[in-house]
Every structure is written in structure tokens, then in C-alpha cells.
Design a protein around this ligand. Structure first.
Ligand code: NAD
Ligand code: TYD
Length: 379
């Protein structure tokens, strides 16, 4: 593949910043253009360490602005796109679905169209080009909970294997699982996935889609479960557990996702789909107890001190019960697997947020604080 001028959208966000960092450091021969609107979720402080590298350029723009996308893609002679820009928080999508349709659906469509128009003008056309779309496991809908009472579950151990999970569960999301999104967020991501595949099937554009499970790690906006709870424990604020805390998510360390994206961008089969996951399912309440234990230990509090902060609140509307990815295709075909055990990942994550309080305080002061207090009061 000849991709040299690579556009990464959403690079100032959580996962995008890890992908930008990896590509800028690993591929000095590539020109990396980070395109981001800098919404509340975008933060250039996430990229301080690489912002002056000669192979890195930042462009502030809205992916839904077709003319801007045309201009940026042609002026930077883009030949590879890794598309992460999106509205990404389910709770916000429940309050404001239109913004999700605008960015995730119309924005993806504008980016596809602008890339197609530019690549159509080139003599080599689609040769050596790639539009790689980053999606989520949430498009597949929700799975049943398959851990019966009294049976030892892999969900509460920090070092369970893929085999343990597969032997225990009866259902996993495969690349062939039918789409069945429930939230406005997952509906908008599903729609964007369909548009990406349609540009391949209709125009022959080289595209790829991956669907990943919940990510965790440094630089995640603190409206998502793990950074929110670490920060609330630090400030001795309530920990709002939705419903009974019975929902299950499959957690993957963000750097492992970035590594998978790098591998798939370079080695993935055009028009294919790969699921990316950690084989690391946790019931929310069990995960929350691990976070509490870890934060209390790092802060020097007696074990369990912060359990009193657990506060059960009204459940999220349409709250998907369980997500669980089967990522064996990616392992089989491209040799990827998660590199980090959850125990180590959560330790690194907790320490990162506690060591980077200025980063957190900058984000959580001002507008966001008001938004969060409002959300919390209204549950
Ligand atoms: P994030 O909310 O942290 O970051 C999103 C970034 O996109 C921000 O920098 C924001 O400024 C930018 N953005 C938003 N609207 C834009 C627009 N109209 N134009 C240009 N930029 C815009 O999100 P994240 O958690 O890093 O997720 C990145 C991608 O990965 C998303 O597509 C998401 O659906 C997908 N994904 C996320 C997870 C997860 O657990 N976080 C899991 C699987 C897939
Ligand atoms: P979140 O981090 O928002 O990711 P997603 O909804 O995309 O899976 O939430 C993870 C899980 O934690 C989800 O089941 C909802 C739950 N949750 C809470 O119980 N309390 C909270 O304050 C938040 C933000 C999430």
C-alpha cells in the first residue's frame, strides 16, 4: 500500500489521540493530518507530546462540512483515511439524537464523498487508497447475560482467558452478526457503517470497517464510566450506578485498540470487517468495585473506603444488557490479540488519572461541571 498522506479524523479525542500518537511516532515517513472539530470531547492537550513533530499537522474542521472536506482532502493529497470523529456518548445521544445523526451519519457521508471525488480525479484512482472506518460493537445490539447464579464467572477475574470466556458464554458478536442497534448513538454508527460499505459496493471504493468493544485508558473524557468514577472517588462525590449495575461490557485497553487499527490499516483485507475486543467482560458493579479498590489503594485510603459512594440511580433508557465481542477472526487472520491483562490496564489507568489531575481539572471545570451536575440531578 502506498498510503503516505494519512488523514485521521477525531484525533483530538480519546482513541484518536492514541492512534495519532502511534502513527506519528512509528511512521516518520508518513504525513499525519489530524482533522478535528474540537467539540467538548476534543482536546489538543491530549497530543502535547507530539504536536511539534515534523510529520504532524492539525486542522480544525467539521466533518459534516462537505466543501471543507473536499478542500482538506485534495490540498493534503490524502491517500489513506482513518475515520474516528464522532459523537460517542450514549447518554448524550438520548438527549440530543440530531447531533448524532448530523456528525456520525452526515459527517461520515461527507467524508466518503469528498474522498471519492478526489480519488476519482487521480490517474491511479483507488489504487493504494483506503477509507478505514472505526465503529463500535454497539451496532450489533444487546446479548443475554449468560452467567447463571452460583457458577464461577470469568467476568469477575482479572486474568481470564479467551477460552474461559468462550466456554462460559453462549453468545458473542461475530462479524456476521446482524445489526440491531438500540440507542440513537448505535443507530447513527450503524447507519454510517452501512454508508461506508455502500461506497465500496456501489463505487468500488476501498473501505474497511472495524467494530470494537468498550475502550479504557488515559485521555478518556470523564463522562464515561471509568474516568468519571476515578475522578468522583478522588473528589468524594457519588458514583451513579445505572439500574442494578448488572450490565456487562467487554473492556479493551485503548493502546491495544490503536495497535489493532495500525495492523488492520496496513494488512486488513479491503471491504472486510474485523471485530476487536478484549475477551474481558465485566458486570458494571464488579468493575466499579475493582476501580474503588484500586483508587483507594493508590490514594492510601483503607480498603473499601469509597464503597459508600456507590449510589444506585435511575437506569439509562433502553440500556443494553451485555456486549461481548468474539475477536478470533482478527487473531486468526492478522495475529492480533490484546497485550495487556486487565489488572495491569486498570492499574495504569487509575494511576494516569491520579497523576494527571491538571488535565482532568481543566476538562471538568466550567461548562462541563454544569452539564454533569445537571445530568446527575435529573436522573
Ligand atoms: P471521543 O468522543 O473521545 O472523541 C471524538 C472526537 O471527534 C473528538 O475529538 C471530537 O472533537 C471529534 N468530533 C466530534 N464531532 C466532530 C465533527 N463534526 N467534525 C470533526 N470532529 C468531530 O470518542 P472516542 O471514544 O475516542 O471514539 C472514537 C471513535 O471510536 C468513535 O467513532 C466511536 O464511535 C468509536 N468507538 C469508541 C469506543 C469507546 O469505547 N470509546 C469503542 C468502539 C468504537
Ligand atoms: P459508558 O462508559 O457510557 O459506555 P457505553 O454506554 O458505551 O457502554 O458506560 C459503560 C457502562 O456503565 C454502561 O453499562 C452504562 C454504565 N454507567 C453507569 O452505570 N454510570 C455512569 O455514570 C455511566 C457514565 C455509565
Amino acid at each position: 500500500m502506498s498510503n503516505r498522506n494519512i488523514l485521521i479524523t477525531g484525533g483530538a479525542g480519546f482513541i484518536g489521540s492514541h492512534v495519532v500518537r502511534l502513527f506519528v511516532n512509528k511512521y516518520p515517513e508518513y504525513n499525519i493530518v489530524n482533522l478535528d472539530k474540537l467539540t467538548y470531547a476534543g482536546n489538543l492537550a491530549n497530543l502535547k507530546d507530539i504536536e511539534n513533530k515534523p510529520n504532524y499537522t492539525f486542522v480544525r474542521a467539521d466533518i459534516a462540512d462537505l466543501d471543507e472536506m473536499r478542500r482538506i482532502i485534495s490540498s493534503h493529497k490524502i491517500d489513506g483515511i482513518i475515520h474516528l470523529a464522532a459523537e460517542s456518548h450514549v447518554d448524550r445521544s438520548i438527549k440530543d439524537p440530531f447531533t448524532f445523526a448530523r456528525t456520525n451519519v452526515m459527517g461520515t457521508l461527507a467524508l466518503l464523498q469528498a474522498a471519492k471525488e478526489y480519488w476519482d480525479t487521480l490517474p491511479e484512482k483507488y489504487e493504494g487508497k483506503l477509507f478505514y472506518h472505526i465503529s463500535t460493537d454497539e451496532v450489533y445490539g444487546a446479548l443475554e447475560l449468560t452467567n447463571p447464579e452460583g457458577v464461577e464467572s470469568p467476568f469477575t477475574t482479572t486474568a481470564s482467558s479467551a477460552e474461559h470466556h468462550l466456554a462460559f458464554g453462549t453468545e458473542f458478536f461475530l462479524e456476521t452478526t446482524k445489526y440491531n442497534p438500540h440507542s440513537p448513538y448505535s443507530a447513527s454508527k450503524a447507519s454510517s457503517d452501512h454508508f461506508v460499505r455502500a461506497y465500496h459496493d456501489t463505487y468500488g471504493m476501498p473501505t474497511l470497517v472495524t467494530n470494537c468493544s468498550n475502550n479504557y485508558g488515559p485521555y478518556q473524557f470523564p463522562e464515561k464510566l471509568i474516568p468519571l468514577f476515578i475522578n468522583n472517588i478522588r473528589h468524594h462525590k457519588p458514583l451513579p450506578v445505572y439500574g442494578k449495575g448488572e450490565n456487562v461490557r467487554d473492556w479493551l485497553f485503548v493502546e491495544d485498540h490503536a495497535r489493532a487499527i495500525d495492523l488492520i490499516f496496513h494488512k486488513g483485507k479491503i471491504a472486510d470487517t474485523y471485530n476487536i475486543g478484549g475477551f474481558n467482560e465485566w458486570k458494571n458493579i464488579d468493575l466499579i468495585k475493582v476501580i474503588i479498590k484500586t483508587v483507594d489503594r493508590v490514594l492510601g485510603n483503607p480498603e473499601g473506603t469509597s464503597e459508600e459512594l456507590i449510589t444506585y440511580v435511575t437506569d439509562r433508557a433502553g440500556h443494553d444488557l451485555r456486549y461481548a465481542i468474539d475477536s478470533r477472526k482478527l487473531q486468526r487472520e492478522l495475529g492480533w490479540e490484546p497485550s495487556l491483562q486487565f489488572e495491569e490496564g486498570i492499574e495504569r489507568t487509575v494511576r494516569w488519572y491520579l497523576d494527571n489531575q491538571e488535565w482532568m481539572d481543566n476538562i471538568t471545570s466550567g461548562d462541563y461541571e454544569k452539564y454533569y451536575d445537571d445530568m446527575y440531578q435529573n436522573r
